[in-house]
Design a protein. Structure first.
Length: 130
């Protein structure tokens, strides 16, 4: 009986988190479609997009500087995070202009997408990489 070692994935932890966030948007929105209304599902998708797109931008921004010095990485982190927060604010401002958007499904999916970070800490704590 041999020792089975975990294989290293070709995807970074950040990519895994983004994929999980995308699937959370799909699953939560499908739930609102199955057990609610089309309007609830659309509101849920909008909430998921509001959380997901800024994270994609931030991941892209950090990937541009991952091989550079600490000063550049820290600068990119702060500017990326600031832009991510601003992007989230703008997306919420746009989403709340959509007629008949429902607050509960929108926020439920938004929070569910953001909670992926917490679950990822447990799932990938041993092999976090950028």
């Amino acid at each position: 009986m041999g020792l089975v070692m975990a294989e290293k994935s070709d995807y970074s932890s950040v990519s895994k988190i983004l994929v999980m966030q995308f699937f959370v948007v799909v699953l939560v929105s499908a739930g609102f479609l199955l057990f609610g209304t089309v309007n609830m599902a659309v509101s849920s998708i909008l909430g998921g997009i509001t959380a997901f797109l800024p994270n994609v931008y931030f991941a892209y921004r950090m990937s541009l500087v991952k091989e550079q010095g600490a000063k550049k990485i820290v600068g990119a982190f702060y500017s990326g995070e600031s832009r991510k927060i601003l992007m989230t604010f703008v997306l919420f401002a746009v989403v709340f202009q959509v007629p008949d958007v429902q607050f509960m499904p929108l926020m439920a999916c938004f929070v569910a997408v953001l909670s992926v970070f917490w679950f990822a800490l447990f799932l990938y704590a041993q092999d976090f990489e950028i």
